[in-house]
Design a protein. Sequence first.
Length: 343
Amino acid sequence: KDIDALIETLETQHDINKEGLVTLLALENPSKLYQAADRVRKKYVGDEVHLRGLIEFSNYCSNTCFYCGLRGPNRTIKRYRMEPEEIIQCAKYGASAGLKTIVLQSGEDKYFKITTLCKIVEEIKKMDMAVTLSIGELSTKDYAELKKAGADRYLLRIETTNKELYQKLHPGMSYENRVRCLIDLRELGYEVGTGSLIGLPGQTLEMLAKDLMFFKKIDADMLGMGPFIPCENTPLENEKGGDVETVLKMMALARLLMPDINMPATTALGVKDKLGYIKGLQCGANVIMPNIGIDEYKKLYKLYPGKVPDNPSETVNSLENIKKLILSQNRTIGKDKGYRKKY
Ligand code: 5AD
């Protein structure tokens, strides 16, 4: 029927209009959509799952995003900053465990000077790993310096492409500046990752369809999408969160539209659903980002609740468990740095 035809066009042409996207996002039984995404994933990026070792090096943040537990005004969480030496040690552990990419993530913490960050990037690059940064909005010049120091990739989610919703959720920030950052990063030669939060209050399927069209338009190399999970002590603490099925549909559609991108099964997906990583891997994902930071800090990096159980090293997110999970899905572990292989 109509739906089958839509999915087939997407699978062969990797293109569809907004109405088609909305129709597919509204599917009650998306299993054919998921299967198509899984075939396209296998055909374009293969069975390898790339591991990106995540180090959350500071939870200080000067922003006030309504959904996020690390927002500056949240005085109920204990703040920490890792020492450069600690960050390097974690990266070394990652290298010794066979990881080929380190992701350095933090709140927007003005304390770290760009020169300090550049030195950290340079040290990690000496270990023959790719470096991804996820440290928010910076000036063009700062992005350029970090690139020169050796940073390869940058993650900056647009969160939502609906300007009105964006402004509502990000007081003091601007949608235009966020897009400016993404364009700068692209022009400077970074591999660029973006993505959205799914299930934000007021977000519609039409908005999500437009998010997907935006990702394709800017030719994102990487795409991270997860459910919004309401977090205590934030303005959205009493809202309803995003649902896993919508996230999976977004991932499947993203894979069909952009067959060769790198797309993680996100931590939030894994938190919201015990089987989140597995479901993500079956709906187009080819990346997982195990947390290789220090346990005492992991529990303080509370973007949303449930992120870290009492004993972090025993969670589904530990490196060993993730490797087992990947193999159990008849997938393999990526051996190289896992850059986007543009087709
Ligand atoms: N639920 C899910 N994801 C969240 N993020 C921030 N707060 C939440 C939340 N409450 C995501 C944002 C940000 C990324 C680092 O974490 O999308 O870009």
